[in-house]
Design a protein around this ligand. Structure first.
Ligand code: NAD
Length: 475
């Protein structure tokens, strides 16, 4: 199905954070856009505020004149909802409340054109439930933009059980025509991004609770070794611990208290204390404009004899003097050492050779042997962190859980692998989509890591998705 023609009117309802951004995107793509808000004057105020911000960007040379003129000419506040009657596409971005959204759609159905599409920007609510009770539920679809809608590339296109496939196709093509990257998802709790991203926060919180490392060290490991743009704790502080905790709770409850999504007591405590993150001045970190923040724990320069590491050392077993250096397969260094009868260092997963940190766990070894090993790792130019000897370490454990969640979502028909990878790369800026990442690491290794963590913890959150285990077997 082709995208909506540019001459079609787009009606946006709700002139808050998301509504205004979405209206700008549609206007910039060439549509006339009317935006309405239930609070009198709110839409006009929001449009003026958005135009003032754009005027500043224009003055700073960050926006060109024709983009500015286009948005100014085409984005208009409506004072009555009925002014939106000729719209071909309605996008609602009102309060996240099923009753409010249902009432709104029932009202739109009374005056909208027969062929108009009714799209919702909901982050958490069921598109199927929202459409239920309407005379024509087949024209309801999810069009989930990310904040800020003007710059975030991803739009999740959500199919409710009653959605007409042609309507879904049109919305998908339209979002692409607006310059977005789309990922199709079935209407299920958290859709793709808010579900598959849960282990990024959940594993970090657990690693903290298990005493594996502190907040700053875990963040540094995930960014400098894992290649993620922001560490999990800095990101939770940015999102707001209240919002992040609520998202986890809602996915946890919606999936029948599945232990994979179990919320963290540490984060709950932060929320109850009002330590919400940046917006309250304190979360996992303190934001007082003064403190430079805690530093990650790294080894001091070791005065040992460095042995150069061979090319490709990250993916193979290497003998460094008496030490066996190997990538983590989920087993603890001590367990491998007792089998191999020699000292062992396991290193964490790293994203790309350019990553700046090497993370290792060590079996018992003599002081000099340790010094020489650390000196050899430091000779690569990377910072070195020695962690507790813990199954799967940090990056590998987190990535294995992201891969597992992506497979669980595929198993349940939420989305296909390509859509999941696009969603995670462009919705939350992951360095690689989890499905592609799993293939690069090797699915057998991912399964081994999860099985090892499961064996050591007994926690059912680490059970392997059936399709992942089968794919690993046949890979
Ligand atoms: N903020 C985000 O990061 C984000 C991201 C993706 C999706 N969403 C979803 O987008 C929607 C809007 O979120 P937001 O952050 O823009 O909220 P917001 O509170 O900033 O704005 C909501 C606006 O809707 C108006 N409104 C409420 N009920 C209305 C009604 N019946 N008719 C017309 N206007 C009404 C309010 O007056 C308000 O101006 C929610 O469903 C939310 O879950 C939010």
């Amino acid at each position: 199905m082709p995208a909506l023609p540019q001459e079609s009117l787009v009606g946006v309802i709700g002139a808050g954070t998301m509504g205004v951004g979405i209206a700008q995107v549609a206007a910039q793509a060439g549509h006339a856009v009317l935006i309405y808000d239930v609070v009198e004057g709110a839409a006009a105020k929001a449009v003026s505020k958005a135009m003032a911000a754009l005027a500043k960007r224009l003055a700073d040379g960050k926006l060109n004149q024709s983009t500015y003129d286009g948005i100014a000419a085409r984005m208009t506040a409506a004072s009555e909802i009925e002014d939106l009657t000729p719209a071909s596409l309605f996008i609602e971005a009102v309060a996240e409340d099923m009753t409010v959204k249902r009432e709104l759609f029932a009202k739109l159905e009374r005056f909208a054109r027969q062929d108009a599409i009714l799209a919702t920007n909901t982050s958490t609510l069921s598109v199927t439930a929202m459409a239920a009770g309407l005379a024509r539920p087949e024209r309801v679809v999810g069009m989930h933009f990310f904040n800020p809608a003007t710059t975030m590339k991803l739009v999740e296109v959500i199919r409710g059980m009653a959605s007409d496939p042609e309507v879904v196709d049109t919305v998908d093509a339209t979002a692409q025509a607006w310059g977005k990257i789309t990922a199709r998802s079935r209407s299920t709790p958290g859709f793709i991004v808010n579900r598959v991203a849960r282990p990024y926060y959940g594993e970090a919180l657990r690693l903290l609770e298990e005493g594996v490392a502190d907040v700053a060290t875990l963040d540094a490991i995930m960014t400098e070794a894992g290649g993620f743009r922001m560490g999990p704790f800095a990101l939770m502080d940015l999102i707001g611990n209240d919002i992040n905790y609520r998202s986890t709770r809602s996915v946890f409850e919606a999936y029948g208290s599945d232990p994979r999504f179990r919320p963290s007591l540490t984060q709950q405590e932060l929320v109850e204390a009002g330590w919400l993150g940046r917006k309250s001045g304190r979360g996992f970190y303190v934001y007082d404009g003064k403190a430079s923040g805690p530093l990650p724990i790294s080894e001091m320069p070791a005065e040992g004899k460095a042995t150069p590491l061979p090319d490709g050392w990250e993916n193979m077993q290497v003998s460094l003097g008496p030490v066996l250096l190997m990538p983590t397969d989920g087993r603890r260094a001590a367990d491998i050492a007792s089998r191999e009868n020699r000292p062992v260092a396991v290193h964490d997963l790293r994203f790309g050779a350019a990553s700046g940190r090497i993370v290792v766990a060590l079996s018992t070894m003599g002081e000099e042997v340790r010094r020489n090993l650390i000196a050899s790792l430091q000779a690569t130019g990377c910072s070195v962190t020695v962690l507790r000897d813990w199954p799967g370490l940090v990056v590998m454990r987190t990535v294995a859980m992201l891969v597992n969640e992506a497979y669980a979502a595929m198993l349940q028909g939420v989305a296909d692998g390509d859509a999941i990878d696009r969603a995670m790369r462009f919705g939350v800026n992951y360095p690689r989509g989890p499905v592609e990442w799993g293939a690069t690491i090797g699915l057998a290794r991912i399964v081994a890591v999860l099985d090892a963590i499961y064996a050591d913890t007994g926690d059912p959150r680490y059970r392997v998705a059936m399709n992942l285990r089968l794919a690993a077997r046949s890979a």
